[in-house]
Design a protein around this ligand. Sequence first.
Ligand SMILES: [Zn+2]
Length: 89
Amino acid sequence: MDIGAWCGHCGESFRLAEMVDGGFDGRCPRCGFEFAFGYLPVASAAVHDVLTAAAALESAAQRLHDVAPRLHIDARKLNTDLTAALGES
Ligand SMILES: [Zn+2]
């Protein structure tokens, strides 16, 4: 899963994984804005956790689909819930 993100300072979009490729510095890969001044370790752990959780979700859903193809996750509701959980609603 390729998680997209965007910067509230410059408005540019990027892949969240770009922030950890080559080491997390907490800065926008486009304009260099420092997202979490004073909270770099917390932000680093959180970004890594989001990426890990997304990969785990994708893997678990694939495994479930493989063994229980008639069990359907309600993707529309999940999307709505994820939007709320991300604080983007
Ligand atoms: Zn930016």
